[in-house]
Design a protein around this ligand. Sequence first.
Ligand code: GLU
Length: 262
Amino acid sequence: MSMLQNSRRLVVKVGTSTLTHATGALNLRRIGALVRVLSDLRNAGREIVLVSSGAVSAGVAKVGASRPSTIAEKQAMAAIGQSELMRLYDQLFSLYGHTVAQILLTRDVVDNPTRRALAENTFESLLSMGCVPIVNENDPVSTDELTKFGGNDILSAYVSRVCHADVLINLSDVDGLYDKDPRKCPDAKLISRVDLLSDEVYASAGGAGTERGTGGMEAKLHAAALATEAGIPMYIMNGHDPDVLYRLLDGEAVGTYFAARS
Ligand code: GLU
């Protein structure tokens, strides 16, 4: 657990199902609690990069539309909702004296060495200024489909690599990885530590995500593979109560820990 005590740079990923109510509108109480905890961790000397979903849902809630069905509609909703999300984050982090910065990424940025190096420099500069970068996929201009990265679970793993994070924390609507799908099997057991992402581990992932989120456990395991093979440990835990971050950093065993491979 001393690993976490010494982890200075944290990438925290939070999904749509954690950030919104069942109605699809933003869960202000949860977002408020998350920003308070992240601000406090920042005050304690940690560097924080937040990977936040929720743009499409925020857009839909703002214009009162029904759930978009076409890619173009989803991209339009993401464009509306992203600014709404950032307005809220800016207001809330400002309450605690912190400055946020928006970084919107597309797949070609991390795939292109020159553009990736520019992104690395931007993260470094922002973190050295004490800012909290908030990252999402640049959904309105992503080609082919909305989640070109494969969703923000995968994006967060790339972000942890680009900004050389010490640890990646995925706040989800599940407590972690189970040996069976806990929605179907009441006797499913939480796996507290994964050292090797074997076929058996992938087989225990329940598949697709919720109606509002896109991730699901399979995407989280792919994200864990991307992070851990770059030497970055990852945790999956329930973001229902953002105070869980204090418990984790205080050394309590929460969620599922994926050990770094090197
Ligand atoms: N980028 C999408 C959004 O902000 C979410 C993608 C995901 O949750 O994986 O709505």
